[in-house]
Design a protein around this ligand. Structure first.
Ligand SMILES: Cc1cc2nc3c(=O)[nH]c(=O)nc-3n(C[C@H](O)[C@H](O)[C@H](O)COP(=O)(O)O)c2cc1C
Ligand SMILES: Nc1ncnc2c1ncn2[C@@H]1O[C@H](COP(=O)(O)OP(=O)(O)O)[C@@H](O)[C@H]1O
Length: 311
């Protein structure tokens, strides 16, 4: 997949079928749009493309609180790439674009820059000055410029419309199983293993610690059944998200104890996938009580992994 990080970089491309949207989380609804885009491009001998803004459009619009993203731009690009997309237009949302009329946006960007032949978007896609651009405007302009437009109807699960906002709320509530159902993929956090208190190994539960980026959507403090991927291998693990109130005052981080594993991972990249939250993080009377609880957390997590055949 070729990624274009500005409009100026977009040159010498083949005609395209473009999926339009922010695609944060690349959830089940997004996947419908992207899959259709890929299929249609293959059928028509065109290139498939995704057009997103690299910064959240709300950050330029005043008085709107910053939205926490589900995925980093690189993670989003990787997922989209595996779905078979040829080009990703990852364009900064600037004041110039903000003030563009929907008609200019379509002509200058979609038609002239992206050589669009077909467009796929969600039922609530909006663009252009004061978000006046709608799927109806795209249809009207498409007739003029000779491209087709396909509007994805609301994609529902359990009669709820799948949306990035709904998924952000599921993450904030720690409902990882539902998150998996709506996103079509486990919620995960990746990062570099950092040094902790070096206490874990002394109580029999060494953990690999990674920092949490609070600008991103993060799960609440608590204990989770997880997988930990290191070096391309997926290991069953159990994870604490929180501030370790029993042993001191720390920044929120995540630490995962990998079953049947004994390797130093400082400085290495790991990714933790969240299956299920099992309890809240608590302040125990001391290390002894904490260790006993961690032991039963491990028993519960191991039983789950055994049942799933991953241990
Ligand atoms: C499964 C699991 C559950 C945990 N639950 C708690 C908890 O409820 N309260 C708490 O203060 N710390 C909890 N911890 C964090 C421990 O305090 C921490 O792992 C220990 O202090 C070692 O930290 P270190 O990695 O910085 O050496 C938990 C850790 C694990 C692995
Ligand atoms: N089973 C395991 N699960 C997770 N990390 C492990 C495991 N065995 C060894 N490690 C490694 O041991 C170190 C963690 O030990 P610990 O005493 O908890 O130190 P820290 O407080 O620095 O996390 C990390 O480098 C981690 O990668």
């Amino acid at each position: 997949m070729k990624i274009f990080n500005s409009l100026e970089e977009v040159n010498g491309i083949q005609p395209t079928v473009v999926a339009l949207g922010n695609f944060d989380g690349v959830h089940k609804g997004h996947q419908q749009i992207i899959e259709r885009t890929v299929r249609s491009a293959q059928d028509m001998g065109l290139k498939s493309a995704v057009f997103t803004f690299s910064n959240h459009t709300r950050t330029l619009l005043k008085n709107l609180p910053a939205v926490k993203n589900i995925l980093y731009a690189e993670e989003k690009a990787k997922i989209i790439e595996t779905m078979g997309i040829d080009y990703m237009f990852n364009i900064p949302f600037t004041n110039d674009i903000l003030t563009m009329s929907p008609e200019d946006f379509i002509k200058d960007i979609l038609v002239d820059k992206f050589k669009i032949r077909e467009a796929y978007c969600g039922f609530n896609y909006s663009f252009g000055y004061k978000a006046k651009g709608t799927p109806e405007v795209l249809m009207h302009e498409g007739l003029k410029h000779g491209f087709g437009i396909h509007v994805q109807e609301p994609y529902k699960i359990d009669n709820i419309i799948v949306s990035s906002t709904y998924i952000r709320n599921l993450i904030a509530e720690g409902d990882m199983e539902r998150c998996m159902k709506f996103m079509g993929r486990m919620y995960s956090i990746g990062g570099e293993v950092v040094v902790g208190n070096k206490l874990g190994r002394t109580i029999g539960f060494p953990t690999s610690n990674i920092m949490i980026d609070e600008t991103m959507a993060t799960p609440p403090n608590g204990v989770y059944i997880t997988y930990c991927t290191y070096n391309g291998v997926k290991y069953p693990s159990v994870t604490n998200v929180g501030v370790k109130p029993t042993v001191g005052i720390y920044n929120k981080n995540i630490e995962t104890h990998i079953f049947n594993f004994d390797r130093e991972l400082y400085g290495k990249q790991i990714r933790v996938e969240f299956i299920k939250r099992t309890r809240e993080e608590r302040k125990f009377s001391g290390i002894e009580e904490l260790s006993k609880q961690i032991e039963s957390d491990c028993i519960m997590a191991k039983a789950y992994h055994r049942e799933k055949g991953s241990l």
